[in-house]
Design a protein around this ligand. Structure first.
Ligand SMILES: *Cc1c(COP(=O)(O)O)cnc(C)c1O
Length: 371
């Protein structure tokens, strides 16, 4: 039996009846775009995050892009973020016309190091874009404080942090805007692409509502040059079902993480994840740091265990961002971490005996290594 990194089929079968009914209802209604499911899901997700507005869009990338646009960020502006993230974070900044400026990460949490933000602020800096990576939140108190001091906007990339908390408040509600992805494997995932922007600002909400729908304000009255980037009714109906289970799934993932921590604690060559102070980690992925990472990954693969590296090549060393002229050594912590991290299988339906099997083989691997 193979153990995948994520198994979306197990989750589907656990809620199959509800999902099938939700999809069927949409198909029967003949209403596929910006209908009642989208309106209701936006309300329900806003309530879940404890914010006033949520505007759904076509993807997490679009959520970030629209957030930047709505805040008036574009050509000539700089946006501070991290090199240890998924490419989409920096892509959105660049596509909006602005320049991503990177800050190194904290070696324990792998999140932006707030102490290193101020030295990167210039006359052109317009925003800080912290990424709540792996399912846990950045220190939003420190980040918002710096932003206030320098008059900067804050855009949270919460694509990996649905339901994560900092000081008992949810991801997305600290910044001017919070952006989420509903890519299928995300903590809250659709059965296709999707994303959402949350905010307490009526003006930002209204701007994004117009931008996602061709720039149309009232029927056939176009106030801006907009895009077509919407969450469709089928995805919204699926997400409405899944949102009800989100907290339960997060709790199950937290229990799996605890089990991993316990079983791996005796292995010296492995460092289990650190939960940041005041944070509720939601374990979008369970990331260990380990010796002989690539060899371990190959070994686990040979035993039918799938793992991944989030992320192997930091953004500042990607070909796509060569024009920014960063070089190896510019972000030593990110670079070191990228050589040692490994994401183990993690999804709410992962079975106890599977966790035991994974940890057993990790143990065997290091026993062999030390001989
Ligand atoms: C998934 C992800 C995105 C992009 O979301 P898409 O829906 O795939 O466009 C952006 N940022 C981070 C950190 C992500 O993990």
């Amino acid at each position: 039996m193979k153990i995948p990194l994520v198994d979306l089929k197990r989750q589907y079968f656990s809620i199959k009846n509800e999902i099938d009914k939700a999809i069927k209802n949409v198909v029967n209604s003949g209403n596929f775009i910006l209908g009642e499911n989208v309106i209701l899901f936006e309300k329900e997700f806003a309530k879940y995050c404890n914010v006033k507005y949520a505007i759904s869009v076509g993807s997490g990338t679009d959520a970030l892009f629209f957030a930047l646009k709505a805040l008036g960020i574009g050509k000539g502006d700089e946006v501070i973020t991290v090199p240890n993230t998924f490419a989409a974070t920096a892509n959105a900044i660049a596509i909006a016309g602005a320049t991503p400026v990177f800050v190194d990460i904290d070696p324990k949490t792998y999140l932006i190091d707030p102490e290193k933000i101020e030295e990167k602020i210039s006359d052109r800096t317009k925003a800080i874009l912290p990424v709540h990576l792996y399912g846990q939140m950045c220190d939003m108190e420190k980040i918002v404080k710096i932003a206030k001091e320098y008059g900067l906007k804050v855009i949270e990339d919460a694509s990996q942090a649905h339901g994560a908390e900092f000081k008992h408040k949810k991801a997305g509600c600290f910044g001017d805007v919070g952006c989420f992805s509903f890519y299928p494997s995300k903590t809250l995932g659709a059965y296709g692409d999707g994303g959402i922007v949350v905010t307490n600002s009526k003006k930002i909400a209204e701007t994004i509502e117009v931008l996602r729908n061709y720039g149309e304000k009232d029927e056939y009255k176009f106030e801006k040059i907009g895009w077509n980037s919407r969450l469709d009714e089928i995805q919204a109906a699926i997400l409405r079902v899944k949102l009800k289970y989100l907290d339960k799934w997060i709790e199950e993932k937290r229990e799996i993480a605890e089990k991993y921590n316990e079983l791996l604690s005796s292995i010296k060559a492995v460092k289990t994840p650190t939960e940041a102070p005041h944070c509720k980690h939601t374990y979008y992925v369970y990331v260990i740091r380990c010796k002989n990472r690539d060899k371990l990954q190959k070994y686990l693969f040979s035993k039918g265990i799938e793992t991944k590296i989030h992320y192997k090549i930091p953004i500042h060393l990607q070909k796509s961002f060569k024009y920014l002229k960063y070089k190896r050594g510019d972000f030593p912590i990110t670079e070191k971490v990228s050589r040692e991290i490994l994401s183990l299988p993690m999804f709410p339906e992962l079975r106890e005996r599977e966790i035991e099997k994974i940890c057993f083989f990790i143990k065997i691997f290091y026993e062999k290594e030390s001989n």
